[in-house]
Write a protein that binds this ligand. Structure first.
Ligand SMILES: Nc1ncnc2c1ncn2[C@@H]1O[C@H](COP(=O)(O)OP(=O)(O)OP(=O)(O)O)[C@@H](O)[C@H]1O
Length: 247
């Protein structure tokens, strides 16, 4: 049997005296979209950062393809095919689109390893066209782009490099309706490529549109996991808040 792409096994995280995650377990399969929901401070970002290698779990295990991993930093998770799209995007504002797409993995040519700008530009153009990200040019500087265009670039970068798992921390929080729809289409195409996707979203409409399963956190506690098709917003809201569901 193929092991899950990602397994979290009783992961716990505290920051000094603050418990951010009590104990969290989840298996995520290839081609599956799991939504992580919970109120502010529930521990969602902390969980994503642990998977991405930005934080180390205090205890518990993280497995990729059935193998335990312990990432010292984000570049180690990237080399396992994991990419993150953060709320604040982590793009280099003063750099061009194509340099951002290849940040840290720039293409070079010749014995002096000069930057192969024409190839990076060509590949960027192909990618943004395939993902329908409308930007003036691959040479545009990030700070001159709109929020939606930037998010498109962040997702294009994740799409280009991810081979297993994409983590998304509120990818559409700052976007309008049309831009959100485009991002959701991109998420669907990642799923179609058999990537596993863990998405944090505060929009339950979005969560119900995109996810196969919904995992609820409340103040660091894993409240439960539901199949999206066999639950409803009432139940999820009551799990998030701890209050009884409305009749
Ligand atoms: N680096 C840190 N140092 C200390 N405490 C932290 C750190 N990061 C997160 N926390 C704490 O851990 C808890 C969970 O925070 P986290 O950001 O993971 O929540 P969240 O569910 O992503 O919230 P939001 O929806 O507001 O982004 C909070 O109590 C937060 O203050």
């Amino acid at each position: 049997m193929t092991p899950p792409v990602l397994s979290l096994d009783r992961v716990h995280k505290s920051f000094g005296g603050i418990t951010a995650i009590e104990e969290f377990s989840l298996d995520l399969a290839a081609g599956e979209v799991v939504a992580l929901v919970g109120d502010n401070g529930a521990g969602k970002s902390t969980l994503v950062k642990m998977i991405a290698g930005a934080h180390k779990p205090t205890s518990g295990r993280i497995l990729i393809d059935g193998e335990e991993v312990s990432f010292a930093d984000a570049s180690q998770s990237q080399s396992k095919g994991i990419q993150v799209v953060y709320q604040d995007l982590a793009l280099a504002d003063s750099q061009s689109v194509y340099m951002n797409l290849f940040l840290g993995r720039e293409l070079t040519r010749g014995p002096f390893r000069r930057l192969d700008r024409p190839r990076m530009i060509r590949e960027t153009e192909k990618l943004v066209e395939a993902l329908d990200v409308r930007i003036p040019s691959a040479r545009s500087v990030i700070r001159d782009l709109s929020g939606g265009q930037r998010q498109g670039i962040a997702i294009a970068r994740a799409t280009h490099w991810a081979t297993k798992l994409v983590l998304m921390d509120e990818p559409t929080a700052a976007l309008g309706v049309a831009e959100t729809a485009k991002v959701e289409k991109n998420i669907e195409s990642l799923r179609a490529r058999n990537l596993a996707i863990l998405i944090i979203s505060h929009s339950l409409d979005q969560v119900f549109r995109l996810s196969d399963r919904i995992c609820v956190l409340r103040r660091g506690k894993q409240i439960g996991i539901r199949d999206t098709r066999s639950t409803d917003k009432n139940e999820i809201v009551s799990m998030i808040t701890g209050l009884a569901a409305a009749a």
